[in-house]
Design a protein around this ligand. Structure first.
Ligand SMILES: [Zn+2]
Length: 113
């Protein structure tokens, strides 16, 4: 994995160096500017690919806003108490599916009276 990344950097670096060389010498042969452009594109394309391949660790933390206790979560449809195990994170929002009536709802902060 590391070797492939290094190889990718070296290859794209060589391509970009060639692209610069072709661009500098394009004064003598106008066709070289197109080759240079192609080399630039290829070089940056590989760079982009290498960067995208970097493993990104996504850690999702379940943080409840305010003070929500287990017994405080109730289904708004049938008012059954919801277990913390039934909470699922969907698109960063804590969603709960009621095991009794199948109603899905998002956990929001309870209003403090
Ligand atoms: Zn319910």
């Amino acid at each position: 994995m590391m070797l492939r990344t290094l190889f990718g950097y070296m290859f794209s670096g060589a391509l970009l160096l060639l692209a610069v060389l072709f661009a500098l010498t394009s004064a003598y042969a106008p066709m070289r500017i197109w080759i240079s452009a192609l080399l630039f594109l290829a070089g940056f394309g590989i760079l982009y690919f290498v960067w995208k391949r970097q493993p990104t660790q996504i850690v999702q933390k379940l943080e409840m806003p305010g003070k929500i206790k287990v017994q405080a979560i109730k289904c708004p449809n049938c008012s059954a108490s919801i277990n913390m195990n039934q909470i699922k994170i969907v698109d960063g929002a804590p969603l709960v599916k009621c095991p009794y009536c199948g109603h899905t709802f998002q956990i929001t902060e309870e209003p403090k009276w």
